[in-house]
Design a protein around this ligand. Sequence first.
Ligand SMILES: Nc1ncnc2c1ncn2[C@@H]1O[C@H](COP(=O)(O)OP(=O)(O)OP(=O)(O)O)[C@@H](O)[C@H]1O
Length: 264
Amino acid sequence: MNTHATDMTATTTPMKMATRDVHVFYGKKEAIKGVDIDIDMDNVTAFIGPSGCGKSTFLRTLNRMNDTIPSARVTGTITLDGEDIYDSAMDVVQLRARVGMVFQKPNPFPKSIYDNIAYGPRIHGLATDKAELDRIVEKSLQRAGLWAEVKDRLGDSGTALSGGQQQRLCIARAIAVDPEVILMDEPCSALDPIATAKIEELIHELRGKYAIVIVTHNMQQAARVSQRTAFFHLGDMVEYGETSELFTNPKEEKTRDYITGRYG
Ligand SMILES: Nc1ncnc2c1ncn2[C@@H]1O[C@H](COP(=O)(O)OP(=O)(O)OP(=O)(O)O)[C@@H](O)[C@H]1O
């Protein structure tokens, strides 16, 4: 149990995901050491902390992406709307549609822009005909702020777009299967400042429609895009609370050291 975590239970916003005593091991190495966190629908949650502290590892537990790493083992409980996502009855493909993910490096499929978006709805049977699929593609690209730029070239390859556009395409692809949660693992680290600003703006617009969790190295970015921040250090979640509070009045010394740059 992490005794330092800020008590967020006093808030009235609905909890979408909750983790209790979550540990992650890579072989014998313990990368996450008992994390309890509640993630609500209405806020963007940022995970910050020094390199190697376990932010990405913990993020990946939230949609069982760690299942793809043979040495990784997760213990503890993680729920989505109260349902245990590690239960053997959980359909992992379905789970990853409900809890979508956007990676550090934009990774569009080597397919057309249209097919990048249509892929998920097709395999999940979300559209009954072509017109409906067209509507999903348009709506997803609209939501990701990309429609105006690509509407006349939907047949072009997704990989021919700029890096920032590719990342918005990946966000649109996640949105297309109607997720409840979107996990973003340093989504701007490969982007220039203008493309980064567009993604940050997009995160603002998506807030409330999806529960959003973002891992970022960049504290200014966490301060700009999130309302809740969790600070990780050496596999522990040291502090979790309102972003404005955590950055101006941290409760833990380790958090203070990190945000004031005293921690290398
Ligand atoms: N696939 C893996 N196999 C073994 N160890 C791993 C693996 N992935 C991560 N680790 C280790 O787990 C720890 C946490 O790594 P993780 O990538 O989650 O940290 P992070 O905070 O996201 O770091 P960064 O900010 O540098 O991306 C590190 O010690 C890392 O070396």
